[in-house]
Design a protein around this ligand. Sequence first.
Ligand code: SAM
Length: 211
Amino acid sequence: MDQKKRLLDGMRGRINESVLDAMSRVPRELFVPEQLRDRAYEDTPLPIGLGQTISAPHMVAIMSDLLDVRPGMKILEVGGGSGYHAAVLAALTGPQGRVYSVERMADLAAAARRNLRAAGIENVTVVEGDGSLGLPEHAPYDRISVAASAPKIPEPLKEQLQVGGKMVLPVGGGSQELILVTRKNGLLAEEKMGVIFVPLIGKEGFGERQI
Ligand code: SAM
């Protein structure tokens, strides 16, 4: 059995089949540095340069599962990194949907665009910028996924979430919680599990000097 199949089979029963199917269609080896390709299907975060990481597959699976993405949705991802999680979200929303992925580091944003192109994924737009402010020009979003931890839920992200929409994000400094936010009449925030993410650095995140 190959490593990818073993990894995804290990999540079966805990993660929705649609998420496992999307992950089976995205080649994670194209999103990690070349010298780490043989480790692409280990269930671990891997360094992607500039002190940043591609999240572990189980974390991408859990966050995508919590978001309950349906075909055709418009999704905002904050903290694009390698572009891998954006690719999985893109596979879930399908050709009628779109993912906007914001990354603050120009070199990582450029690498993410290259990786997505190499993987043949066309429904992701990578934007360089401070994702703690969201991306107002394409708001509101059906789903928002944040891959870096904020001190609190950024106000602009709450505002840019569609009514009926869902957002998943890590919150906290030392100890972090993964939060699922559902917007109905008001906002419902549910703590899901303890996690470890890099800090969200920006106006509505941690300041450069706070980390
Ligand atoms: N989702 C990514 C992937 O699949 O490779 C992993 C992301 S990594 C855990 C977190 C990323 O968030 C880093 O690339 C970091 O540069 C980025 N980041 C931190 N603060 C940010 C901000 N305010 N806006 C956009 N990106 C930010």
